[in-house]
Design a protein around this ligand. Structure first.
Ligand code: RB5
Length: 143
């Protein structure tokens, strides 16, 4: 699968390690930055990732910042994006099964790397359940 990934400085270490993990599992990865540990603004990286997911350049996205909130707030301004925050594997499964999240957001300062990679694995393996959840996600966009 072709997966886009981005972070700010707070998520850089986990992003770097997740890229290696994803490549080791045979995925193609497009890195939207940051590639520096200098303080930066999450939106500068979230917008290009959202555009790539929205256009189909990549199938799914992963975004990482300190709390996950800045990334999620920015990504969800893009109509095609359903970005969901996960902090354990139960939530990582549900954000796909119930919300069909096309971007997984991780809070690097509040979960271990081990948990981050477990969330990624769980979310990639999960399947959207459809049914009543399809009706619900159709009501998300502003009309
Ligand atoms: C960076 O200090 C931090 O504010 C950022 O990573 C994120 O948590 C914002 O939502």
């Amino acid at each position: 699968m072709k997966i886009g990934i981005c972070s700010d400085h707070a998520g850089l270490d986990y992003k770097t390690r997740l890229i290696s993990y994803l490549l080791s599992k045979g995925h193609e990865v497009v890195n939207f930055g940051t590639d520096s540990d200098q303080s930066c603004d999450y939106a500068d990286f979230a917008h290009p990732l959202a555009e790539a997911v929205g256009s189909g350049e990549v199938e799914k996205g992963i975004a990482i910042c300190g709390t996950g909130n800045g990334m999620a707030m920015t990504l969800n301004h893009h109509a095609p994006i359903r970005a969901g925050l996960a902090w354990n594997t139960a939530v990582a499964a549900l954000v796909k099964e119930h919300n069909d999240a096309n971007v997984l957001v991780l809070p690097a300062r509040f979960i271990s790397y081990r948990m981050a990679v477990s969330c990624v694995r769980t979310w990639l393996e999960a399947r959207f359940e459809g049914g009543r959840h399809q009706r619900r996600i159709e009501k998300i966009p502003v009309r």
